[in-house]
Design a binder for this molecule. Sequence first.
Ligand code: S3P
Length: 191
Amino acid sequence: MRYSSVIGVGKSIVLIGMMGAGKSFVADCLRHRTGLRLLDTDEIVASKFGLSIPEIFAEHGEKKFREAETEALRRMQIEEQTIIVTGGGIVLRKENVEILKSQTVIVWLDADEKTLFARASRKLNRPLLQTKNPRKAFSQIHDARRPLYASIADIRVDTSVLTDEEVAVAILAKFRRMNAKEKSPIQAKAS
Ligand code: S3P
């Protein structure tokens, strides 16, 4: 976990985590509770291409998707406090991580792998799981990404047994605690 001594109330909030972590649903709950605007990198990329995410992967390939994902982050005007939803692969590019680290509070929505996979495979809209063995593919992606999420997160919430509303409440409570600690001269480690 990253040490966060400068969590300002006005900073944007980004949700990271695996497919199935519930980022979009939780972001919606956060938006209702805070009134902040919401931006979603997948939605921005999809509207840029005029295609769904599976169609972009099928017609243009993952590389073009990743480029557009980075471009979406670069162009986001996140000086205005914003809730940002990212695709699970946002942590794969150093530039993405740098943008997020410098401009946002990073919230990692985690869960046990079985739960994440069960949620992620409910819909057939995850191109990376359209393989002969989606469970294995998911496990490989999960193993590769977990350390990346862990290394950049300011806040981690285990969503395994929580509803989306409960996750949003937990995030806001952690924010309040971090903001209180910020006013203290003692630097606290985010948990
Ligand atoms: C991806 C996750 C997806 C989407 C794309 C790639 C990934 O978003 O960006 O299919 O690499 O994990 P969700 O995390 O919202 O499913």
